[in-house]
Design a protein around this ligand. Structure first.
Ligand SMILES: Nc1ncnc2c1ncn2[C@@H]1O[C@H](COP(=O)(O)OP(=O)(O)OP(=O)(O)O)[C@@H](O)[C@H]1O
Ligand SMILES: [Mg+2]
Length: 229
């Protein structure tokens, strides 16, 4: 059975140059255990990235509670939060954040071995299988700078998969890709969601929205509406 995510009156207020910015203003919602392909949509500045980061435990809300499966993130210490993130969350950042001086294979095995999710040959075998699964098995020895945008995106997804995450969160995963590459990436996320991984995507992409089984619409830091399909 999948995991559910529950947010109760979540606020995030950033202080920047002594000005406070209310990025999220009282978000309450539940992503049920059986909704595994979720989009967060809304205009620029509506709070999508902030919401995604809070669910990932990348930072804490100013107020309110966040429960992911059995974990109440807002009651956990920093080290517990770090541990939660390492074990359960695969985050695919908007700009990929690949290590430029390591080849594709090392970009996967190095972070995984750092958090002891695998070691040595076991890591290599796992990485190669994931790369093949994502259709870039032949790119293992390439450097990130030698890859196309869609290939980099797949490497970033592959890296997130190395730790067998229960949740994958991705910020605008198709933002800079052409239509064909974007639809391939969406197919990959869809396949993962059907394997039981919870996939949550912040996006402007209508193609992703169409494939989602739950769509959270944000406006000015609040939930405007939620639809299911
Ligand atoms: N670290 C930060 N410090 C100050 N303000 C921030 C910070 N991060 C986000 N904000 C502000 O919070 C609001 C929500 O930002 P967020 O990045 O979540 O929006 P978004 O919906 O992801 O937008 P986009 O579609 O442009 O990516 C914006 O007004 C933004 O300027
Ligand atoms: Mg954003």
């Amino acid at each position: 059975m999948g995991i559910s995510i529950i947010l109760d009156d979540v606020w995030k207020i950033f202080i920047s140059d002594r000005v406070s910015i209310e990025a999220l203003r009282g978000i309450s919602l539940e992503i049920p255990h059986d909704r595994n392909f979720v989009s967060i949509v809304g205009p620029s500045g509506s709070g999508k990235t902030t919401l995604l980061s809070l669910i990932a435990g990348l930072f804490r809300p100013t107020r309110g509670s966040i429960k992911v499966g059995d974990y109440i993130l807002t009651e956990m210490s920093n080290s517990q939060l770090l541990d939660f993130r390492r074990k359960h969350i695969g985050f695919v950042f908007q700009n990929f954040l690949l290590i430029p001086y390591m080849n594709v294979l090392d970009n996967l095995t190095y972070p995984a071995s750092m958090i002891n999710s695998c070691s040595g040959d076991e890591c290599t075998k796992k990485a190669v299988n994931i790369l093949i699964d994502l259709g870039i098995g032949d790119k293992a020895s390439r450097m990130p700078g030698e890859l196309s945008g869609g290939e980099k995106q797949r490497v970033a997804i592959a890296r997130a998969l190395m730790k067998d995450p229960s949740i994958i969160l991705a910020d605008e995963p198709t933002g800079e890709l052409d239509h064909k590459t974007a639809s391939n990436i969406i197919k990959i996320f869809k396949k993962l969601s059907m394997r039981g991984i919870k996939v949550i995507l912040a996006t402007h992409d209508e193609l992703i929205v169409r494939e989602s089984d739950m769509i959270i619409y944000l406006l000015d830091g609040k939930v405007r509406k939620i639809t299911y399909q």
